[in-house]
Every structure is written in structure tokens, then in C-alpha cells.
Write a protein that binds this ligand. Structure first.
Ligand SMILES: [Fe+2]
Length: 215
């Protein structure tokens, strides 16, 4: 698919959380990605049940990866904590921690992915691009739909039409936490934020809350 990152490979796989559950999932995901390389829909179909099983286990995510972040690259105090990324940056797993009533910007990911709710509730609003993306800074979006997402639910990201969204935490007292399984190094690449009312876009790099900016 045409949305691969052009970042250099890392020196090695990077682990930020020690967890047998996460290690087992990563090993399985790597096997699935390798055996379904030509068909990412098959990758997602095969991977999803294993991801659902990981989400059901509620003790493997350390507390410091379940916190908001006042210096968020996404704004709104949203924590984006890197849990694992592969040497080739073709498998990245991070938690996204959205404080109550906070909302992400409208953004894309430029990668297939699975997003699963680990804790709390969210409302996801999905957008579709109507223009041909050839004019710098211009983007004409329409809303495809809004979806209530609760603990254990999984949704897919798939460019180009299923890749642009915003996410609001609808939990009142505690942050909502989603786990992202992505096929690029989402926090490190340049991607896009959108202002649908102004029909504008700008590139940005979200970074990760537990890594130096732009690392
Ligand atoms: Fe997102």
C-alpha cells in the first residue's frame, strides 16, 4: 500500500513496557504481518482476535503509560505513550490517553491500524476527504459518521478513506485509554491535522510522550 513511512530503520526493536502479554502479542503480530504482507485487509482480519484478547487482559499496561500529558503533541493534555516499535518501524504500539471531555484534533495516520478501547469510552468522528489533496494547506472534508466506542471495542484505520478522524473522551471522571497497533511509526512521521470548517490542513508530528520530541 502507498502509505509507508520513509524513516530510517532503528538499530533494534524498542520495548518500553515489560509485559509477557504484550510480548506474546507482538510475536504473533509479526508472524501475521510477515505471512499476509500483500494483503493488509487479511492482516487486520487475522490480527484482530489476538488484539481483542490482549484488550481483555486489564493488568499489563503500567500506570505511567495510562496518564495524560500536559505537554502533549496532540494538545488537550492527551498522552501518547510508546509501548513498542519494531526495528523496521512497520509495527508500532502505543497508548492514547485522553482526559475527560478532551478531544483530539482531526488528524490522519497514513497507515493501517487497529485501535481498541482499553478503558473508558470515546466518541469517534470519521471524515472523508473530498478534494484530491493536491493543493498545499487545503482540505475539503465531510463527516462519514460518529461512533460510540466502549471498552473492548476495536475499530480500524485504513487509508485513504478510513484514516481521518477525531476522538473525544466521553468518560466523565477518568481518562479514556485506547491502544493503537499501527504499521508505521505514527508518532515520528509527518502527518496531517485538519480544520474542516476552514477547509485547511497542516502537517504535524505528534511525537511520543515518553520520548524526546522528534526522536
Ligand atoms: Fe487517531
Amino acid at each position: 500500500m502507498p502509505y509507508l513511512t520513509t524513516l530510517e530503520p532503528l538499530e533494534t526493536d524498542q520495548w518500553f513496557v515489560e509485559s509477557p502479554e504484550l510480548s506474546e502479542f507482538v510475536a504473533t503480530a509479526k508472524e501475521i504481518i510477515a505471512s499476509t504482507r500483500d494483503d493488509y485487509t487479511e492482516t487486520l482480519n487475522t490480527l484482530e482476535p489476538y488484539f481483542a484478547a490482549l484488550l481483555k487482559k486489564q493488568h499489563w499496561l503500567p500506570e505511567n503509560f495510562a496518564q495524560p500529558n500536559p505537554d502533549s503533541g496532540l494538545g488537550g493534555g492527551i498522552g501518547q505513550w510508546l509501548l513498542y516499535r519494531s526495528q523496521e518501524r512497520n509495527l508500532t504500539i502505543f497508548s492514547l490517553v485522553i482526559p475527560p471531555n478532551s478531544t483530539t484534533p482531526v488528524h490522519d495516520h497514513l497507515s493501517w491500524g487497529l485501535v481498541g478501547l482499553y478503558k473508558g469510552q470515546q466518541e469517534e468522528t470519521v471524515y472523508r476527504r473530498l478534494d484530491n489533496a493536491e493543493t498545499e494547506g487545503f482540505a475539503d472534508l465531510e463527516v462519514v459518521g460518529s461512533y460510540h466506542v466502549k471498552r473492548g471495542d476495536i475499530y480500524r484505520l485504513s487509508p485513504p478513506d478510513g484514516d481521518i478522524h477525531s476522538v473525544k473522551a466521553t468518560t466523565v471522571f477518568a481518562p479514556s485509554i485506547s491502544i493503537h497497533v499501527m504499521s508505521n511509526d505514527t508518532g515520528s512521521i509527518l502527518r496531517n491535522q485538519y480544520h474542516p470548517e476552514q477547509r485547511s490542513s497542516k502537517s504535524f508530528r505528534s511525537g511520543y510522550s515518553n520520548l524526546p520530541y522528534r526522536n
